[in-house]
Design a protein around this ligand. Structure first.
Ligand SMILES: Nc1ncnc2c1ncn2[C@@H]1O[C@H](COP(=O)(O)OP(=O)(O)OP(=O)(O)O)[C@@H](O)[C@H]1O
Ligand SMILES: [Mg+2]
Length: 276
């Protein structure tokens, strides 16, 4: 598979009161054209800092080394002006909280069309037609009507679909999704996962999907990287990583996931019991 993104020996250090601290320590990964790649690992393992380094949105004072090769350029050394062209146009981001991507006082339609007019320089009427197509693509019913809605009139799942539509507006080659389903109910979550899979099939977009939940990756990621302490401890086809983990840490992650699922089931059963 042709690599679209190649991260090689990436390090990120952040300034703290007691000096610089390495939060990504020699991480390497690739994302192929049209591939969905999972990035898993416990809280604080450096997943978000890795994606922030790819996008050039690290906290102030951060130091990096290594390379982030994307479409023939090293994003780590690209001047901010060129990087801002890549961000939003070629690589787009989907966050855990869709509200972070949506302005509460603007209609969904205005937000999608302004984004397109800013990045693509298209006319308002072209942008509106494309916005209708996008909302349809992310399976929001009655897209023309939805364009006139404000974020608070949408459910959490619909808001995340709208945020994904905005991310897709400029036809990026890579979507970085950082815990995009974590804040959603399980059934809504399944719909969003299916959506990523379908968008990849329909548009050929690649997805770097970040989550602490390995179970989520089993349904969508072709390959998975497991992060620990800022570095990759295990990687491979998702099925291999989940069914035949070689690293003790991956086994522990899978076990803790199984345990939390079991606890959820027990809690659900108990709740049903008290309702009866
Ligand atoms: N602005 C910051 N300044 C200093 N340290 C930070 C900053 N942001 C994150 N860190 C530290 O960097 C490390 C990696 O954080 P990161 O956000 O990448 O973890 P993560 O794997 O995304 O975790 P989570 O699953 O909780 O989102 C953590 O130890 C965190 O405390
Ligand atoms: Mg994170």
């Amino acid at each position: 598979m042709t690599p679209l993104l190649t991260v090689d020996d990436l390090t990120v250090s952040l300034p703290t009161a007691s000096g610089y601290v390495g939060v990504v320590r020699g991480a390497s990964l690739t994302v192929g054209e049209g591939e969905i790649v999972g990035l898993a690992g416990e809280s604080g393992s450096g997943k978000t800092m890795t994606s922030s380094a790819i996008l050039g949105i690290l906290p102030k004072g951060a130091r990096t080394s290594g390379t982030v090769a994307f479409e023939g350029r090293n994003l780590l050394t690209l001047p901010e002006r060129e990087l801002s062209q890549v961000r939003g146009n070629r690589i787009a981001m989907v966050f855990q909280d869709p509200s972070a991507a949506l302005h509460p006082l603007l209609t969904i339609g205005t937000q999608i069309t302004e984004h397109m007019r800013h990045h693509l320089g298209v006319s308002k009427s072209v942008a509106v037609e494309r916005a209708v197509e996008l909302l349809d693509q992310v399976r929001i019913a009655e897209p023309r009507k939805a364009l006139r809605s404000y974020p608070h009139q949408f459910s959490g799942g619909m808001r995340q679909r709208a945020a994904i539509a905005i991310a897709l507006a400029c036809e990026p080659r890579l979507l970085i999704a950082d815990e995009p389903t974590t804040a959603l109910d399980v059934t809504v979550q399944a719909g969003i996962l299916q959506l990523f899979d379908r968008l990849r099939d329909e548009t050929g977009v690649s997805v770097l999907f970040i989550t602490h939940d390995l179970g989520v990756l089993s349904t969508i990621a072709d390959r998975t990287y497991v992060f620990k302490d800022g570095t990759v401890v295990e990687s491979g086809d998702t099925e291999d990583v989940l069914l035949r983990p070689t690293h003790e840490y991956t086994r522990a992650l899978i076990a803790s996931r199984a345990q939390s699922l079991a606890q959820e089931r027990v809690a659900e059963a108990a709740a049903e019991g008290t309702q009866r």
